[in-house]
Write a protein of this length. Structure first.
Length: 136
C-alpha cells in the first residue's frame, strides 16, 4: 500500500502537469484598444514664482500635444515638496483637455522647492516655485 506522502506527491505531479498544458486564450487584434499616454507640460506656475497661501491661481498646461485617444482624460493636482507628493488633492475631476484649472494655494510651511503634480495618464511635475504665508 502506498504511503500518504507518496499519494500526495503523485497527485501534486498530476495537478502541476495539467497546469503546464494550459495556454492563454489568443488575443485578437480587433479586441485591442489603442491607448496613448499623455504628459502635458505644466506652463504655470513658472520656476521661482511666488504664490501666497490662501490665494487662488490658475494652473495651466500645454494641450497642443494631446493625442487622439487619451487613456485617462480626467486630471488631478497635488502638491509636492522635497521629493514627496503630499496626500492633499488641490483639484480633481477636471478634463486634461481644458488646459487649466483653478486651485487655492494651501496653507503650508512657507518656503521654496514646491511643485505641482498633474496626474492623468501619468504624473508630471511643474517647475519649482515658492509658497509664502498670506501676510508676507
Amino acid at each position: 500500500m502506498l504511503s500518504r506522502s507518496l499519494v500526495s506527491l503523485i497527485a501534486g505531479i498530476i495537478a502541476f502537469s495539467s497546469l503546464s498544458q494550459a495556454a492563454p486564450a489568443p488575443i485578437e487584434e480587433r479586441d485591442l484598444v489603442p491607448r496613448d499616454v499623455w504628459t502635458p507640460k505644466i506652463l504655470y506656475p513658472r520656476e521661482m514664482i511666488i504664490w501666497k497661501s490662501g490665494y487662488r491661481h490658475n494652473v495651466t498646461w500645454d494641450t497642443s500635444t494631446q493625442p487622439e485617444q487619451v487613456t485617462n482624460p480626467t486630471g488631478k493636482i497635488q502638491l509636492r515638496k522635497d521629493n514627496f507628493t503630499q496626500p492633499a488633492v488641490l483639484a480633481e475631476g477636471f478634463q486634461l483637455s481644458d488646459g487649466r484649472v483653478e486651485i487655492t494655494v494651501p496653507y503650508v510651511q512657507p518656503g521654496c522647492g514646491y511643485q505641482l503634480v498633474l496626474i492623468g495618464d501619468s504624473g508630471n511635475f511643474s517647475p519649482e516655485f515658492i509658497i509664502a504665508s498670506e501676510g508676507d
